[in-house]
Design a protein around this ligand. Structure first.
Ligand code: NAG
Ligand code: NAG
Ligand code: NAG
Ligand code: NAG
Length: 450
């Protein structure tokens, strides 16, 4: 890391005056020209408070890093499919590796404010943060460990079982009363498919850039198990009742957008922009669909996929939105590589292989790797009203040796529940994705955000 920093400083000095270099070196601070824009930081970047990846990952290629991160995708998909606040895995002691997805934003809680790098998650509603003391949260030796001190905040409050938010966070299940006084609202929640947390529902001031949200309800985590619980908490950007959007009402009018920087961008951050002000004015959109059984998820209408000029033959049923089964396509910030249901992925892969010079091999999650010199066709996702031709860096991933490239998508885990296609963050890099719940649209525009 020291070597990279030196190289970076050297380049900065070469490219600009000393003053400008100082500014460039501090790309971790929020952009000062627009305080309502929050930095979105890749978890393994210089600006991330989390420890560097395991040495095997740190010295390996982007392809290996993505494979490492994507190893959690199948568990996440399974949990998205079964998405419901009531789904709970048992709390058991677990390991505490940093296996959490992918991008974090800095937010502040309490008065005076305590800062956390929370994972941005568009498929979760309730936000949460580890509270002190927290059993099983990241070990205290780690720089990434940060717990919220309720005692140190003058605006902290707890919520009891009688409030509507309590039944929401408990997935409708009742909250046992233990005495004459109303009981604190406690809940358990599973996360990432293999982890769970136990928390109290509390309120405090949430500060996002220049905005303060008083009385924001979130989970104060007292115990965790499994390796997927974000060590500094999670910001729930889903569309269900306890999400940031739902709790902020007119402040953000149900609108936000983000631009995720490339996994490759060690030094730079993307941005999260909350509310309708300052969003791109002309942006192509596709309808946002609502599934009452999975109220957190952002469904879109994917109607087809093209490889080069060829429209891939797929049974429209494999893509159709069906609120009763949960079938359809979602846009998710927490899955790493885009997953299609098996028959759809097989059709894409077969057409791709027809147009590229083989032979083909597999590397980790990817089954279509080939000599990098071969020409590859672009992939177009056809949404209702919007064709998105993916930039090459969003559909191909390269090995460190520079000799192999892989089609950077995969089939969804093939089990009885596999009805969901997920547009994941590798395919969203350097695009601005606008979620407008009020007007029921998703907008997509090219934007270089790293
Ligand atoms: C917070 O305050 C309560 C009551 O004053 C006390 O019992 C508890 O030990 C304190 N917790 C911490 C972590 O300081
Ligand atoms: C959460 O799970 C733990 C362990 O399974 C259990 O003891 C506790 O009662 C649960 N809490 C709630 C609120 O369901
Ligand atoms: C998806 O788009 C297709 C093509 O425009 C349309 O026929 C279909 O009704 C749409 N599905 C939904 C659920 O809106
Ligand atoms: C998307 O591309 C298809 C095939 O080229 C075309 O028929 C369709 O009109 C395009 N849709 C939009 C919204 O541009």
């Amino acid at each position: 890391m020291a070597r990279l920093t030196t190289v970076f400083l050297f380049l900065s000095l070469l490219l600009s005056s000393a003053a400008a270099a100082d500014a460039a070196a501090d790309t971790c601070s929020p952009p000062s020209d627009d305080p309502s824009r929050l930095s979105v930081i890749p978890i393994y970047s210089k600006c991330s408070p989390f420890p560097p990846p395991p040495p095997a990952v740190a010295t390996s290629s982007l392809l290996d890093t993505v494979n490492h991160l994507a190893a959690k995708d199948p568990a996440r998909l399974t949990s998205l499919i079964s998405a419901s606040a009531a789904a709970v895995a048992p709390i058991a002691p677990g390991q505490h590796l940093l296996n959490t997805a992918n991008y974090v934003v800095r937010v502040k809680l309490g008065s005076p404010a305590q800062t956390f790098a929370m994972v941005l998650d568009t498929s979760s509603d309730a936000s949460f943060v580890p509270c002190s003391p927290c059993s099983g949260c990241s070990s205290s030796s780690s720089a990434a460990a940060a717990a919220f001190s309720p005692n140190a905040s003058s605006t902290f409050g707890s919520l009891d079982c009688s409030v509507a938010q309590c039944s929401q966070v408990r997935g409708g299940s009742s909250c046992p009363a233990t005495g004459p006084e109303p009981a604190t609202c406690l809940f358990n929640q599973s996360y990432g498919g293999d982890s769970s947390l136990s928390a109290a529902l509390v309120t405090d001031s949430l500060t996002l850039g220049n905005d303060v949200v008083p009385g924001f309800a979130f989970g104060c985590v007292r115990s965790v198990s499994g390796g997927s619980i974000p060590p500094q908490g999670l910001l729930g950007l889903g569309r269900g009742p306890l999400s940031l959007l739902s709790q902020t009402g007119p402040l953000y009018s149900g609108v936000f957008s983000y631009c995720l920087p490339s996994f490759r961008s060690y030094y730079f951050s993307g941005s999260l922009k909350l509310g309708p002000v300052g969003q791109p004015k002309s942006i192509r959109t596709t309808p946002l669909l609502k599934n009452p059984h999975r109220p957190s998820l952002y469904y879109v209408n994917l109607t087809g996929i093209s490889v080069g000029r060829v429209r891939v033959p797929v049974d429209p049923k494999s893509l159709a939105f069906d609120p009763s089964t949960g079938a359809g396509t979602v846009i998710d910030s927490g899955t790493v590589i885009t997953r299609f249901v098996e028959p759809v992925y097989a059709a894409i892969r077969d057409e791709f292989r027809k147009q590229v010079k083989g032979p083909f091999s597999s590397l980790g999650a990817f089954d279509t790797c080939f000599g990098e010199a071969a020409e590859a066709p672009a992939i177009t996702l056809r949404f209702e009203g919007l064709n998105l031709t993916l930039p090459m860096e969003n559909s191909l991933i390269h090995s460190s040796s520079g000799t192999v490239a892989c089609l950077s998508m995969a089939a969804a885990p093939n089990n009885v529940n596999s009805v969901l296609n997920v547009i994941a963050n590798l395919q969203q890099q350097n695009l601005r994705i606008l979620f407008d719940v009020k007007n029921s649209v998703v907008g997509i525009a090219r934007e270089l955000c790293n």
